[in-house]
Design a binder for this molecule. Structure first.
Ligand code: ARG
Length: 571
């Protein structure tokens, strides 16, 4: 239990004795503040909200409470106006926190509230034959981090890559390939070549509209299982996926399922029949829709007038499939904010179908990646290939390493970990709904709020442990004066709050809580390191300070791991 929780329990018990038992430890916890100045105490408890329940003025309540509140880790209490200020026994808190981390190791902050229950997470989900966009990158890193965080709390995340591998565009692509395609070129650079074929199709179709009809025909053939159509489609899919896999391998992201839209081709009739049976389908201009007027939403399109199914139809089938296959605790969709309406409609349709579990489905939206204030697009020809961004980041880091640490052994691997970490961190330090401005400088410097900065701090701490010949022991003896600096206390309070930060990140599906946290911890540690002697100290003091360093290493590494970022021990 964190010291804040301990203090909250003590205060809640005192309040019960004073006759206000409606204030539980949890409510008290939420009311706790940090005094503006450490000389005023470590924790402040404002008494305004108690006035009504106790029918007394807040300053009187504070002074009455002062006589009732005591117990570890509280050393002293003072009523100051309407506030009750608590001074902690910092040494006992330090011993507790460091001891817990050294004993639990990477399991520090783990919980079992998920009880092994499944949480399918729809993430990444790029479109076959199109470039992997910045939006797909965001979905990949945010979704992967949320999966790690849920797993830390005992859930079983199931990472599903809902590939965009179905739809009329594949009919068009087949037509374009048959007319102008070149097998060798597609094999050499699949995405680039297929994209060009797709672009050319649209250019030519402006002159010759019959191409559109051919495209529709070929998609129909594909849906009906035509052998040639199927073979070409499979080939495009395989080649594209090979490209995407390079990116996933570089980033170290794994999936449990690659069931994309095509997988639901034979599972949509059933959904349409269910909707029909429940009388939920209405006709609108020849198309079949589910009316959502009562929610002030436009209708959800289920079938076009030519009988073709849609994105939403496939998502309905996928939702049923996921519920039946995984019996999920929650189902998440990490998809850009521009699809907000789509998911609202999807969830409402499922609700209208009477599925209770629809309440546990969440769209987790995120903002855009901007460059110079504009959307980074994959428009004709001018493709910002993510693979190139990653390659560039890795190369830049490799150059820095060659210059600064030429004797480092596995330079390439470390450069990959740091380059990729930089790209991931650049995203995850921001609240997901905010737009991000893509900036090389901001991403790659080893100072400031970057991934490399946190990784570098971790590596420095590791090297300190090596130089100090630290031998892991979890018993903290804490000799006089070993950890009494304000710099040490700042590190300890942060270490202590790691579990709470993970709680918040999980509750709000918000990895940036952890992104900001590891920066704070890295900064606090660097201040400690700059102001407190470690290696030149007497043996017992040195050991205790190294124990603090070891705890920082453990927590930084685990924080980075939750974000999907490696923590090399040397760089
Ligand atoms: N492929 C889609 C796109 O790129 C994203 C799919 C998101 N997942 C889903 N189940 N709809 O826009």
């Amino acid at each position: 239990m964190s010291y804040k929780h301990q203090a909250a329990s003590i205060i809640a018990a005192a309040l019960t004795r004073l006759g206000a038992d409606q204030f539980t430890a949890e409510t008290v916890y939420d009311m706790l503040e940090t005094p503006p100045n450490p000389s005023m105490g470590d924790i402040a408890f404002p008494c305004f909200q108690l006035a009504k329940a106790l029918r007394k003025a807040p300053p009187l309540i504070a002074s009455e409470l002062a006589g009732e509140v005591s117990g570890t880790p509280i050393r002293e209490v003072k009523a100051v106006g309407p506030y009750l200020n608590l001074f902690l026994d910092q040494q006992s808190v330090a011993r507790d926190v460091i001891g817990t981390i050294l004993t639990q190791g990477s399991a520090y902050g783990s919980r079992d509230i998920g009880k092994g229950r499944n949480v399918p997470i729809d993430l990444s989900s790029p479109n076959i034959a199109k470039p992997f966009s910045m939006g797909h990158l965001r979905s990949t890193v945010i979704g992967n981090a949320i999966a790690n965080i849920l797993e830390k709390h005992g859930y079983r995340p199931i990472r599903i890559n809902h590939l965009g591998d179905w739809g009329t565009q594949f009919g068009k692509l087949i037509v374009a390939y048959k007319l102008w395609g070149d097998e060798e070129k597609v094999k050499a650079e699949p995405i680039k070549e297929l994209l060009q074929l797709y672009v050319r199709f649209h250019e030519e179709a402006e002159k010759d509209p019959s191409l559109e009809d051919q495209g529709r025909e070929w998609f129909k053939k594909l849906e009906d299982g035509d052998e040639e159509a199927r073979r070409l489609w499979q080939w495009f899919r395989d080649e594209s996926l090979k490209e995407f896999m390079k990116i996933y391998d570089l980033m170290g992201v794994r999936f449990d399922s690659f069931h994309g839209e095509a997988f639901y081709n034979d599972k949509m009739d059933r959904v349409v029949a269910m909707l029909e049976e429940q009388g939920l389908l209405t006709e609108s201009e020849g198309a079949l829709v589910v009316n959502l007027d009562e929610y002030d939403m436009p209708p959800c399109l289920i079938k076009k007038s030519d009988g073709a199914t849609l994105y939403a139809t496939r998502d309905l089938a996928a939702a049923l499939y996921r519920n039946e296959t995984y019996d999920f605790a929650k189902a998440l969709y990490v998809v850009g904010n521009e699809q907000r309406l789509h998911f609202q409609q999807l969830f409402k349709v499922l609700e209208k179908m009477g599925f209770e579990w629809a309440k546990e489905m969440y769209h987790i939206p995120f903002g855009m990646m901007l460059k110079d204030g504009k959307k980074m697009s994959t428009r004709k020809g001018k493709v910002v290939l993510l693979e190139e961004v990653l390659a560039q980041a890795i190369e830049d880091v490799l150059n820095v390493i060659r210059e600064k640490n030429p004797s480092l052994e596995n330079k390439e691997e470390v450069a990959r970990q740091v380059g990729v970490g930089a790209v991931i961190f650049h995203d995850l330090k921001n609240y997901r709904l905010n737009d991000i401005n893509f900036s090389w400088e901001e991403m790659l410097t080893f100072e400031g709020e970057t991934g490399p900065y946190v990784q570098y701090t971790h590596a420095r701490a590791c090297s300190l442990l090596r130089k100090g010949e630290y031998v892991p022991i979890s018993e903290v003896t804490l000799p006089e004066g070993a950890l009494d600096s304000k710099e040490a206390w700042a590190v300890i309070t942060l270490l202590n709050s790691f579990p709470e930060v993970i709680d918040r990140a999980r509750e709000q599906f918000d990895p940036s809580q952890i992104g900001k946290y590891v920066i704070d911890l890295a900064q606090a540690f660097n201040k400690f390191y700059a102001n407190v002697r470690i290696l030149a100290e007497e043996a017992d003091v040195k050991t205790t300070r190294l124990q603090l360093v070891a705890a920082v290493v453990t927590v930084l590494k685990e924080g980075l791991r939750l974000l999907g970022i490696a923590a090399p021990e040397e760089m």
